[in-house]
Design a protein around this ligand. Sequence first.
Ligand code: SF4
Length: 157
Amino acid sequence: MRRSPLLAALSGRPVSEEAPDRDKAPALFPGSAQLRHVDAGSCNGCEVEIAQTFSPVLDAGRFGVRLVASPRHADGLLVTGVVTRNMATPLRKTLEAVPRPRVVVACGDCAVSGGVFAGAYGVIGPVQDLVPVDLEIPGCPPDPSAITSVLRGLTGR
Ligand code: SF4
């Protein structure tokens, strides 16, 4: 009997990368990190890859990383998209609601550098122009394995 691709993926070996060397990259939030996702002006391509990151195949949750609904329950922000004028204040206020210590992860070329929307009407700039950025995940869109690798660095798992 032929197995479904989903069943094969679930029963196979993990497809993510090896955990980062703890001596070289000490975890900011050892064991567990909660992130609030903020779409600051994304085309939603990055969101598709984030969904893959937390899908049963890569399952970033097994490394102690979770997406949470409230910034007050979060250790940091996972920001996608170039920051539009309408999202500048919500982005700042969401970060203010995150308790310290906190981390800001810019996910995707738009969030890191403005990407294809740099200089466009209605755009302020990359995330670092609005709030301090601690980690960057380049790519348009970023590869789910690259997102997983950076998020694993937060928890050290
Ligand atoms: S980096 Fe690419 S996929 Fe992500 S929001 Fe920008 S254009 Fe879309």
